[in-house]
Design a protein around this ligand. Sequence first.
Ligand SMILES: [Zn+2]
Length: 457
Amino acid sequence: MRWQCNLARRFKKDSAYAAEYKAFMDNVLAKGYAERVPQEQLCRNDGHVWHIPHHGVYHKRKNKLRVVFDCSSSYRGQSLNAELLQGPDLASSLLGILLRFCQGRIAIMADIEAMYYQVQVREDHRDFLRFLWWPGGDTTKPLEAYRMNVHLFGAVSSPSIANFALKQTAYDNTDKYSMEVLDIIKHGFYVDDCLKDQWRHVSSKENPADTASHGLHIEPFLSSTKWLRGPDFLSKEEAEWPKGPEDLGHIRSSDPEVKGNTITVNCLNTSNGATCKLLEYYSSWKKLQRAVAWWLKCKKLLLLRCQKTKVIVTRSKSKERQQGLTVEDLDEAEKAILLHEQQRYFEPELTLLKKGTPVKADSSLRKLDPILNDEGILRIGGRISNAAIPVSLKNLIILPRDSHVSKLILRDIHQQVGHSGRNHMLARLNQKFWLPSANSSARKIIKPCVFCRRMQA
Ligand SMILES: [Zn+2]
């Protein structure tokens, strides 16, 4: 076997490599993540056996060896990953998590150690995860068959399974823990990383989220340790932590950072609470769009930092590291906001349409014959026969009637058309969007407009 010879040769040549490899395997076995296949089960012949090759990979930053099980490796045209189903994407929206992370006065970060290893594989499936190893790492001994008892990092099904297990744990323990704890488990985790609102005040200088909300150039961002380690005081004794806001002195009400109403962090039991509040915090469509665009850019950069394969980093580096926001960034932000708002207001319709079922007869969108485009955005469909809706409105993005975002878009259009009245506004609106009762919504924007009043006076 070539794999066996190569590994044995490498061990002979590099004793440090051999020692680290052995230590990794010892740990996997000692923790029960894997076990030796019992003698009587070695000859399983129902076709439910697969052997996975493994090799060592050095973690660049930590300079630590990790043994990688190659689930994509193929034998006679077959591979484990090709047979496994990926499962649904159960990860919470990173945008939502980041927005919530930014909302609290203090943020707590935590993670689950070796998350996939915490989820057991069904006993009758474990022989699909067999591997060969020398007992005690001693290459003079014959290789023996071992098998994983838990999920592997390289298997395509592992992320979905681990996310499901994590969320199910929350559901199974509903009666044992508070709503806040369960909600954090359900919504605060991005894979194995938890971001939680904390309860202490972090000064603007110390707050990693603050950096992002102001916008910054990429290089300082990447070298900022605050984002990776959190504020410096977290590593000190609790007594040295900053005091609560009552000790912060008087804050001027004219301070541009102060909003008229205090923002309280008490929306932990609504899944979308944090995102909705953030969207409502902005009174200008352009500012909201830019803020979300920055968040999406941060998300990409954070993901990029986590990427293990060089290939992906090289390919996306030039684009993602561009400084400032591009037109594409803003378009993407617009899409993210629209998706969020449509999900909030049209959830039943979206659920049906995603399944390929038409919306219910009593839906307010029924007569628009709504469809979903490739990006999952709800638009006016192609078969509208209702005389009230001209054919030219086909494919317009449907906006919810009383949503804050719809108002921001309408107000933005009002400014774009130079405060020139309702008809102009609606014509511009209908180049892209469909808003029910747009007439009365437009009136509500024009009526309080200070500029328009002054013009008429
Ligand atoms: Zn106006």
